[in-house]
Write a new protein. Structure first.
Length: 219
């Protein structure tokens, strides 16, 4: 990887470094990428990163912003009405989170604050505006959709990191077991035990998005 990136793309710049950290996040999903590891991948001294980013947090914000940009670019090609296009965008966010888990997991605590992130906000607001939402209703649904998407996609990414790269499709169970609890005391859980254990992270993500959008009351 170091030879492919460092020698063929010329002088090191911010975009090249973001490319590298994303590639490492995809290839080494359970690892925390350090400037030292980035330097090895790029074929440069680790200190070279500090000429472009003050610290690892700033670089991670830039990488998160790139993921936001990628989600918007891909969703722009989607067809259909406002809901189909919005769902395509939100599903792409989840897919990218699973593809680059060690970066996406940081999205729960770091705000990218960049053009890609703002473009994502614009895309969501534009689709909801197309649905006819305005004013407080528009902002309320935007908050619900964006908050759920961010939280659940970051949670799935964290699970991939914790499982050392397993279940990159979001198939880690939402409820893995009820342990030794006597379910006879919980009749509804007992009745739906098999269905509850069959739910995985991506199913939760889809269900949440659908429930939020189903609840939209159009004017």
């Amino acid at each position: 990887m170091a030879e492919a990136i460092g020698s063929k793309r010329g002088r090191l710049d911010r975009r090249m470094i973001v490319d590298a950290i994303l590639e490492l996040a995809r290839e080494e999903p359970s690892g925390k990428v350090t400037f030292k590891r980035l330097g090895e991948a790029l074929g440069v001294d680790a200190t070279a990163m500090y000429r472009h980013f003050r610290n690892k947090e700033e670089l991670t914000r830039a990488a998160l912003d790139r993921l936001s940009e990628m989600a918007v670019v891909d969703a722009e090609a989607a067809t259909g009405g406002w809901r189909e296009r919005l769902e395509a965008h939100l599903m792409r966010i989840a897919e990218l989170s699973l593809e680059y888990p060690s970066i996406a997991a940081e999205g729960a605590i770091l705000d990218p604050v960049g053009p890609g992130d703002v473009a994502g906000d614009e895309f969501v607001l534009a689709r909801l505006s197309e649905a006819g939402l305005t004013g407080p209703a528009l902002i309320r649904v935007y908050a619900a959709v964006s908050g759920f998407s961010l939280a659940q996609s970051a949670a799935m990414a964290q699970e991939v990191v914790a499982s050392r790269g397993a279940a990159r499709d979001g198939s880690i169970p939402w409820i893995s077991t009820f342990g030794s609890v006597d379910l006879a005391q919980y009749p509804l859980v007992n009745e739906h035990r098999a269905e509850l254990l069959a739910i995985d992270g991506m199913a939760v993500y889809r269900a949440g998005i659908e429930a939020i959008l189903d609840s939209v009351q159009l004017p």
